[in-house]
Design a protein around this ligand. Structure first.
Ligand code: RB5
Length: 151
């Protein structure tokens, strides 16, 4: 099950990707926003990131104007590895090597068809583990140290 969310600038792309996921029979929950009225990206990033971090949702998709604000905000939540991708190579590698658990896309950056392709590749690509697991573990250690410091 996928958690998804957007602000107003990502709303149209989110709606297109929802139709794409429906066609593929992929289940998701939309955490908002629910129209093109102005909405603050950080609050939707937080909802989706918490849903993924808790383990209730396997992965998350976030949409804003660029994908950048969403990814920065989502990465503040423990256990989240959010990436912004505007092409397929990075999307695939973010799964293979970085075990990314949230993909952020820019509604003002990528077209609907490219976004659908990026989402498909990202969802379908497994984490390679091995030496990459040790590297991802190092990221978690940094996170753990900063949580201890109360950052
Ligand atoms: C909204 O104008 C825009 O700043 C937002 O959607 C996002 O691109 C921020 O990173």
């Amino acid at each position: 099950m996928i958690a998804i969310g957007s602000d107003h600038a990502g709303y149209h792309l989110k709606e297109s990707i929802k139709k794409h996921l429906d066609k593929k029979g992929i289940q998701y929950k939309d955490f908002g926003c629910h129209s093109e009225e102005r909405a603050e990206y950080a609050s939707y990033a937080e909802k989706v990131a918490n849903a993924v971090s808790s383990g209730e949702y396997e992965k998350g998709l976030l949409f804003c104007g660029t994908g950048i604000g969403m990814s920065i905000a989502a990465n503040k939540v423990k256990g989240i590895r959010a990436v912004v991708c505007s092409e397929c190579y990075s999307a695939i590698m973010s799964r293979r090597h970085n075990d990314a658990n949230i993909l952020a896309l820019g509604g003002r950056v990528v077209g609907v068809d490219l976004a659908a392709m990026i989402v498909d590749m990202w969802l379908d690509t497994p984490f390679e583990g091995g030496r990459h697991k040790a590297r991802v573990d190092m990221i978690s250690e940094i996170e753990g140290k900063n949580i201890q410091k109360g950052c």
